[in-house]
Design a protein around this ligand. Structure first.
Ligand code: M6R
Length: 603
């Protein structure tokens, strides 16, 4: 969470700081601020609210200089307010810092700093860092930072400047992302690559427990003891267009419509009819894998749930999916014969990263499925499969999900080839259908009118329920998450067979129940469940590829036909669109829903 930026160079810092923050606003938008070294002091301008509020404030603030840092906040410690906004400064306004992460021992540090006479102006954990640096400062900001970080417990990406040393920008990283951008006469720090793309595509990735000292002409990366470390410059292939709205009203809509293309990119040359699956450099010996654990959060966990069903069904390797935040604390039975797969769009989710580190300690083989090249998870895992969905900016994940599902289809086939649990004809059929996903997606993207009509109905409701069985149940969970996170309508997904064990008590007159009925084998059972809710007054919306024999639906939404196991990647799309249109009708900010952030880099 939170986005940080920093600039040192031959041009004025403010322009890049604000531009960079706008690109990082998806990481948090509770407040925003910048500090710039100007006329030998640190000048800070910060405010509660989105970047637009900061831009307004900057119109009346003279804050020009060549060294600066900026921050967009997702509040952890302390409510969103002007005082709790970053940057935080020492009392003489000579040192200023921005922070992404959580300082776990901040209360102990705060007590001892207060005893030493330091006055705190905010409720944040971050403010202890700036006073700590101040307490160690003896004319060298790098040395003061080096000493201060040794006292910190928790996670942090930090940008630090001092007006006493206007020729240096210090960047520090532990368990929170930080990237350094370079061009000939400017150096930058950012939490995420899109913030750099308008300036440079040449970057250094900072690793955990490392610092970087940036000047206009150089970048020096060291460990916390000052030992200089060599680092290769990485050239980023993305361009700025892929991180802009390209004429769509919102990033979410653009990303939904991009899915036929992003899925094609994900497939790339990994599957071809009549050939073995090609997962580039991945060399797994499926026969030596005793069990597979898939670990992720949120939407990525839903992709993992589909993934575990596919892998188990096709390759017969026992596979389970866990929420990363739970997995870490349940003493998992992972050992060196386990394969642990970590799914994360951002590659930065703190719980997923923590679980990955744990599995490494337990000796497991680790594989990351991520979208962001060079992200923390990709650097920790032994193997990586990139989804190549392109930058996903909207907080609600859409194209990353369908690309993650695509990888799972391919991975399950790859493993099944080795375990020899699937005959050639079935393998070829699955491949054929995977290659056809994109055109099925396009068909759905043409059905906007019926989806908009359903959205009108849903937008007036307080509660919405989703039902499904088997893979359709996972689609129901994903659809429910999408709807609640952006429209703020209470929604829940139930396994249809569980209804009569409790949830059916919630059904009353006109409550919408969206029933995902795409599984051919389970269709009749699903329809029985739909009838049960219909006879209790529910307003039923059915997603189905069977058009006959449905007499219990208020609305039927046709879904293109494919094989059962591929239905999740198709049937989720109208439900993504539904969440989108409901939110638009309610006039809410689709891309930046309240209380959320794109990248959850705190536990
Ligand atoms: O970057 P990650 O895939 O690790 O993020 C995981 C979740 O935070 C993310 O999927 C979240 O649930 C989305 N807001 C859902 O739309």
């Amino acid at each position: 969470m939170c986005g940080i930026v920093g600039y040192i160079g031959k041009n004025k810092a403010k322009k890049f700081l604000v531009e960079g923050l706008s690109m990082l606003e998806y990481r948090g938008y509770d407040s925003a601020g910048i500090s710039v070294v100007s006329d030998n002091i640190v000048k800070t301008c910060k405010t509660k609210g989105k970047i637009i509020a900061l831009q307004e404030l900057l119109k009346t603030n003279d804050i020009d200089g060549y060294l600066g840092i900026g921050h967009t906040r997702w509040a952890t410690h302390g409510v969103p307010s002007d005082n709790n906004s970053h940057p935080h400064n020492n009392s003489s306004n000579t040192i200023s810092i921005v922070h992404n992460g959580i300082i776990e021992n901040y209360s102990k540090l705060k007590n001892s700093l207060e005893e030493a006479g330091y006055k705190f102006l905010s409720d944040t954990d971050t403010e202890v860092i700036v006073h700590l640096i101040d307490s160690y400062y003896e004319g060298n900001i790098v040395e003061a930072c080096r000493k201060a970080v040794k006292d910190l417990e928790g996670s942090y990406a930090l940008g630090v400047i001092s007006s006493n040393e206007p020729d240096k920008l210090v960047a520090i990283r532990k368990d929170s992302p930080l990237v350094i951008g370079v061009n000939s006469d400017e150096k930058y720090i950012v939490s995420d690559i899109p913030a750099l793309l308008s300036r440079t595509r040449d970057v250094y990735f900072l690793n955990d427990n490392e610092m970087a000292i940036l000047t206009t002409d150089s970048v020096t990366i060291t460990d916390y003891d000052g030992k200089v470390l060599n680092r290769d410059l990485v050239h980023i292939e993305w361009d700025l267009d892929s991180a802009s709205k390209e004429g769509y009203e919102d990033f979410m809509l653009k990303e939904i419509f991009e899915q036929p293309l992003s899925v094609e990119r994900t497939i790339g040359s990994k599957i071809k009819l009549g050939e073995k699956v090609n997962l580039e450099n991945l060399k797994l010996d499926a026969k030596s894998i005793k069990n597979i654990f898939i670990i992720a959060c949120g939407t990525a966990a839903h992709a993992g749930m589909v993934g575990s069903r596919l892998i188990e069904n096709l390759s017969h390797i026992p596979t389970q999916t866990f929420l990363a935040s739970e997995f870490r604390y349940q003493e998992p039975l992972v050992d060196k014969s386990s394969l642990c797969i970590f799914v994360s769009q951002s590659g930065e989710t703190a719980d997923t990263l923590g679980a990955l580190k744990l599995c490494k300690e337990l000796g497991a083989r680790t594989l990351a499925i991520t979208n962001v090249v060079g992200s923390s998870i990709t650097r920790e895992a032994m193997d990586v499969i990139y989804t190549y969905a392109g930058p996903e900016i909207a907080v609600a994940s859409t194209k990353a999900y369908t690309s993650q599902l695509t990888i799972f289809y391919i991975l399950a086939l790859y493993l099944a080839e080795q375990t020899e649990t699937l005959d050639i004809e079935k393998q070829e059929n699955i491949k054929r259908e995977i290659l056809n996903i994109s055109s099925n997606m396009k068909k759905i993207l043409k059905c906007l009118d019926s989806i908009k009509n359903i959205a009108k109905i849903i937008s007036t409701k307080k509660d919405v329920f989703f039902l499904g069985r088997s893979l359709d149940y996972i689609t129901a969970m994903e659809a429910s998450l999408k709807l609640k996170e952006i429209s703020y309508i209470h929604s829940e997904a139930f396994a249809a067979g569980e209804l009569k064990h409790g949830p059916i008590a919630l059904i009353e007159q006109d409550v919408p129940v969206i029933c995902v009925c795409t599984n051919k084998n389970l269709f009749d059972k699903m329809i029985s469940n739909v009838k049960e809710v219909k006879s209790r007054g529910a307003y039923t919306i059915i997603l189905s590829r069977e058009k006959s024999d449905i007499d219990c639906a208020d609305i039927i939404l046709d879904i293109p036909d494919t094989i059962d196991i591929l239905m999740p990647i198709i049937s989720v799309i109208p439900l993504q669109l539904l969440a989108y249109y409901v939110t638009k009708i309610k006039n809410l900010d689709v891309d930046k829903p309240r209380n959320l952030a794109k990248s959850v880099t705190v536990e």
